[in-house]
Write a protein that binds this ligand. Structure first.
Ligand SMILES: C[S@@+](CC[C@H](N)C(=O)[O-])C[C@H]1O[C@@H](n2cnc3c(N)ncnc32)[C@H](O)[C@@H]1O
Length: 232
């Protein structure tokens, strides 16, 4: 039995997915109704990157009540990756309300423990994520660092078995480079919203000279999910 399917973790996730659907419905409706969704996504990414570079904190404050969470199937994939990797130290960039965090921490719990370091720019979201982790019975495994990942992830305290990148798009490459000295051979790096539009992160991980094997994966299709493995 795994804790995703039963007990406090399953109940908390079920509740959070319902809450998230309600909170993010207006935001997501524009994509569902779009005549040319791919063009809308490209335009949205370009806009996000420009706004993040102009005012990172101000931009994400505008999403303080949005979950922007991973889909259930992607959450299960995160759990599976952590189990396959026998991860004991996981780093997550972009915690939001803790939906992805709960999936990853559940994998740690089911393997006997470990440590997850997450980071979130918005203090209110970090507080809600902590409360959600408490509800799921996983809070003892997770440290959520409030602030900008470029600073909060400067010291992750040792080798990292798995990385999830799910924060500001424009920081994926700088954050990966920050973590690179701590990656082990075979560490998977999962990036959400890594779309192919003028993306320096994808160019880096898809160039074998940089020591990664990387490709998009069709889980949660259309969400720009890139799966990379550190091979150095
Ligand atoms: C897509 S959401 C994360 C969703 C989360 N992984 C989940 O599945 O529930 C992105 C989050 O990253 C946070 N964020 C953006 N830039 C950040 C930064 N530089 N450092 C830390 N967190 C950041 C945002 O405030 C936002 O809550």
């Amino acid at each position: 039995m795994d804790s995703l399917s039963t007990g406090r973790v399953a109940r908390t996730l079920q509740h959070l997915f319902t809450e998230a659907e309600q909170a993010d419905r207006p935001l997501m409706a524009q994509f569902v109704d779009a005549a040319h969704p791919e063009q809308l996504i490209a335009d949205t990414i370009a806009h996000h990157v420009a706004e993040e570079r102009r005012d990172l904190r101000g931009f994400y404050r505008g999403y303080a009540d949005n979950f922007l969470n991973v889909a259930p199937e992607y959450g299960r994939f995160l759990y599976q990756c952590a189990r396959a990797r026998k991860a004991t130290r996981i780093v997550e960039f972009g915690t939001s309300m803790g939906v992805s965090t709960i999936h990853l921490a559940a994998a740690l719990r089911d393997m006997g423990g470990g440590q997850l370091i997450g980071t979130e720019l918005e203090p209110g979201k970090a507080a809600r994520a902590r409360a959600n982790l408490e509800a799921a019975g996983l809070a003892d495994l997770v440290e959520i660092r409030v602030g900008d990942a470029s600073e909060t992830l400067a010291d992750v305290g040792g080798e990292v078995d798995l990385v999830l990148l799910d924060g500001a798009f424009s920081l994926y490459l700088p954050v990966l480079k920050l973590l690179e000295p701590h990656l082990k051979t075979g560490t998977p790096i999962l990036a959400e919203n890594a779309f192919d539009h003028d993306n320096e992160y994808l160019a880096y991980v898809r160039d074998p000279a940089n020591g990664y094997l990387s490709q998009p994966i069709p889980i949660s299709e259309g969400r720009g999910n890139e799966f990379s493995v550190f091979t150095r």
